[in-house]
Write a protein that binds this ligand. Sequence first.
Ligand SMILES: Nc1ncnc2c1ncn2[C@@H]1O[C@H](COP(=O)(O)OP(=O)(O)OP(=O)(O)O)[C@@H](O)[C@H]1O
Length: 324
Amino acid sequence: METIIEVKELHKKYKKRKTKEIVKAVDGVSFEVYRGEILGLLGPNGAGKTTTIKSICGLLKPNGGSVHINGYDSDKQRLKALNYISAVLEGNRNLYWRLTARENLEYFAGNRGVGRKEVKQKVEDLLILFNLKEKENELVSSLSRGMQQKLAIAVALLADTEVILLDEPTLGLDVETSYEVRELLKRIVKEQGKTIIISTHDMPVVQELCERTVIINNGKVVADEKVENLIKLFESRAYCFTVSDELTQQQITAIKSHFPIYEISDQQIEITIERENDLYIMMDILKSEQTNIEKIDRTSVDFEQVFMKLIKEGQENDRALASS
Ligand SMILES: Nc1ncnc2c1ncn2[C@@H]1O[C@H](COP(=O)(O)OP(=O)(O)OP(=O)(O)O)[C@@H](O)[C@H]1O
């Protein structure tokens, strides 16, 4: 695996305008992106994803750390480094609303140095690839949100950069268009060998599209792993106890204090264990009030649950560190 982007010990602080409070938006984030992969950059609201993405594409200057793109330092060799990247940022579609879809593509192609002769063919290819041919002469302002999003991605492809950064590419899209965008992204990676970084809250997108994910919480990386491995890891740790009696308050308190990750509903208790011994601790808690255990199952998990659990674990670790 060849590294195309290396983010090392990135730090970015903001000063809140009103309160003058310092916010550590990104607090020592490091990860690598490999050539030809789709990497998911995830985290809850305010985790630091947009700040990370903006630092990678040169829109923000970090307070510390570095970003290397294909070996070029994005600060000291800015132009060379940024040559490898195009970005579609959330809420900023980089489009001219009073121009048509085709005019936007032609304008940006010229702007990004595509030769005159090539422009026609390139624009034509993208209109077909993105299923926008029928709408080529419509003003962007009259296109649906999904079509605008597709056009914004098409514009990002014009410069033919190796890396494309997409901030929330499926946000607000209907099911069908979201599916179309996902399929397109897969095709672009497969056929054009692009590297894509997606920042998203859309977990099915991650499960389906991303091979690997970097999860950020409170400005720190809490997981950097293949999606498939994370699901397997949590599946091997997730148990569901079915009991025939209602739990007492003491038992619930004991479960909460022993297991950072738990879910109690009716007569089912789901826990994630760290060590084999945790299973016996759980059985002891149940036996302490003669609760009858009907069965113990391994439970299957989807990526959404994995994500929630990782965030919860990260918060537990932060609390433990703060109180030690
Ligand atoms: N310009 C700014 N001034 C002050 N604080 C900021 C600024 N931009 C971001 N922040 C704060 O930095 C933290 C990280 O923000 P960031 O936008 O990077 O998170 P995010 O993970 O992209 O969140 P979301 O998913 O909600 O877009 C948050 O606490 C946010 O309030």
